[in-house]
Design a protein around this ligand. Structure first.
Ligand SMILES: [Zn+2]
Length: 596
């Protein structure tokens, strides 16, 4: 078949959607969860807990999760390639229902793990079989000082449905109901459009259309300012109450606990990022010249630089595999298996999920990639990105279920590294100067979006949380703080269009998770540092990198990185990432200079 017709072969999971094994495995997982509760409830937090009993409980817990996850992931895969089929929707609904029951039966286990006395826990950890799950257990127990009694936890969970979660739901339902009237460039008249279609226009060559699209999009948000502001205000207040109730020392503590980051390190990273905002402004100046504009607006930041080259999927596949092979043949072989075993779904189709992802699956079950490949350079970079994720999970298959996925701030390490390998591979071979400029701009725009912009978002989020402690915020207060943080980044280099005052109101990270955005900064800078290590050390870096990927989430970030000579506590560490961005920028300026 031609490569763009490549679709998933899901037969290693189940023969087809009518395979009776699917239902059998799901019911078995349900029964195992009930049995697990009967066997272990009340025995984990007990003084008589032995290492053997704990290992047995973890073993059973893992086995039932794996049994239930296979049908779950299968249903998700089917749904994501074609949600229009009733059969796919039914499978997903069925699996979700059973999983709620499984989670209710097993909830006691994690709560009891938190209640094991610390001294006893440390002595249990000396047992090598317990130690094999040590990182997972310690991470879980990090939350222990802030967990309230079982009755209070249950009450909070129930009240959340009508509290925080109700506002999240309201935000989602309201913003996804927005439809716009818009005349697209090249079309005769106005038509109905979704928000995604409007935001996609930010990459359109027509300047006026870019600005109009963002303005129309944000003006609709302004019309619903009362509701959106209420959602934000209540979610901020909810967080403040939670911090109070659980006695977290700081509003960012829960995020640090789940991301395994330390407050001083993150603050340092953010300060260094701010000290380098000038790099972004220098880039914007280059972009302004390339676009031939007198003043760059924030709707010009992602404007294309001219006719984009098209890549067949076959060409994209060859390029990415060659880029990976130049680094490590083993990396390339692991990536090539995605194509030969048909674990990539390539083309966009009606009913298929948008965007791209790598479904990590389980230890012992190979991962799958979903793409919506249309043939531009960004799609080639996306392939390198998702294959990066793909090889990461494929290599960490030796880890247990709980330590299989990379720690949160390292989740994007292998994917961004894959993109770096591709960019370098293309730059070194590309004869056409204009294509080289396009490549470097694409990479720099990515870096700016994941470091400087995410840093600005985190600062804004911190500012509104602090302001909320003083009282209710009006929509204008949000807009004012938003404008201020953006101004620090853009300076005089970028003019913000008036509707951008509402730019804060559609960012769902603020609604769904607290302070998540700094993880992106961490991930990008870390990957740039790893790439620099590779340049310095050459081939001797390769086995260490592959070991890092194979280690999955078996240790905390700083321990995973130590063998690679990376010290996150070193105050100069973050600056090294920006020194590398400086190099890319100088390379771009060199190419653009030849223009004159
Ligand atoms: Zn990713």
């Amino acid at each position: 078949m031609p490569p763009t017709d490549l679709t998933w072969d899901l037969s290693p999971l189940y023969a087809d959607t009518d395979d009776p094994r699917w239902e059998t495995e799901l019911t078995e997982a349900r029964d195992q969860a009930r049995q697990f509760r009967r066997d272990f409830r009340g025995r984990i937090a007990s003084e008589r807990l032995s290492a053997d009993l704990l290992v047995a409980a973890i073993g059973n817990f893992q086995a039932l999760q794996k049994r239930g996850l296979r049908p779950y992931l299968y249903a998700q895969l089917l749904f994501s390639v074609d949600s229009s089929q009733a059969r796919h929707r039914a499978l997903l609904a069925r699996v979700r229902e059973l999983w709620t029951a499984i989670s209710e039966d097993t909830l006691f286990f994690e709560l009891e793990l938190l209640r094991i006395d610390q001294e006893r826990f440390l002595s249990l950890l000396k047992d090598p079989e317990v130690a094999a799950y040590g990182h997972w257990l310690q991470q879980l127990r990090g939350h222990a000082p802030y967990i309230l009694s079982e009755e209070v936890e249950q009450a909070l969970k129930r009240k959340d449905l009508t509290g925080r979660e109700a506002f999240v739901q309201l935000f989602e339902e309201l913003t996804s109901s927005f439809r716009y009237r818009f005349q697209f460039p090249g079309e005769e008249s106005e038509r109905e459009a979704t928000g995604e279609e409007l935001l996609a226009l930010l990459h359109h060559p027509d300047r006026e259309a870019r600005e109009r699209a963002l303005a129309v999009f944000l003006e609709r948000h302004a019309e619903h300012g009362l509701t959106l502001t209420a959602c934000f205000n209540n979610i901020l207040l909810d967080h403040a109450k939670e911090v109070d109730l659980r006695r977290y020392p700081d509003i960012m503590t829960p995020t640090h606990l789940s991301s395994e980051t330390e407050p001083a390190m993150v603050e340092r990273m953010m300060e260094v990022t701010e000290a380098n905002y000038g790099l972004a402004r220098e880039y914007f100046e280059v972009k302004r010249r390339l676009l031939g504009l007198e003043q760059l607006k924030n709707t010009d930041l992602y404007a294309p630089l001219g006719e984009s080259r098209e890549f067949s999927f076959e060409a994209a596949q060859e390029l990415v595999l060659a880029a990976f092979a130049g680094f490590s043949p083993q990396l390339a072989e692991t990536a090539a298996a995605f194509f030969s075993e048909r674990r990539v779904d390539v083309a966009p189709r009606p009913g298929k999920t948008g965007g791209a992802f790598c479904m990590g699956m389980l230890p012992g079950t190979a991962p799958y990639l979903l793409l919506n490949y249309t043939g531009n350079l960004r799609d080639v970079a996306t392939l390198a990105h998702e294959l990066g994720h793909g090889v990461h999970v494929a290599l960490s298959q030796g880890q247990n279920l709980f330590q299989y996925q990379a720690p949160l701030p390292m989740a994007e390490t292998a994917s961004v590294f894959g993109e770096m390998l591709l960019t370098r591979h293309l730059l070194d071979r590309e004869p056409d100067r204009r294509v080289k400029i396009e490549l470097l701009c694409a990479r720099l725009e990515d870096v700016i979006a994941t470091t400087f912009r995410q840093n600005m978002l985190t600062r804004f989020e911190l500012a509104v949380h602090r302001r909320r402690a003083e009282g209710l915020l009006a929509a204008e207060d949000y807009s004012e703080l938003w404008w201020e943080e953006n101004r620090k980044l853009f300076g005089e280099a970028v003019e913000m269009i008036p509707a951008y005052r509402w730019g804060w109101s559609y960012i769902s990270h603020f609604i769904h998770a607290r302070f998540y955005c700094y993880s992106y900064v961490f991930g990008e800078l870390l990957t740039l540092a790893l790439y620099q290590k590779y340049r310095e050390e050459g081939n001797s870096f390769v086995p260490k990198y592959l070991e890092l990927l194979a280690a999955g989430g078996s240790r905390p970030p700083k321990e995973l990185l130590r063998p690679l000579g990376i010290d996150l506590a070193d105050p100069d560490f973050w600056q090294k990432g920006y020194d590398f961005v400086r190099e890319l920028l100088e390379e771009l300026k060199g190419l653009v200079g030849e223009n004159k």
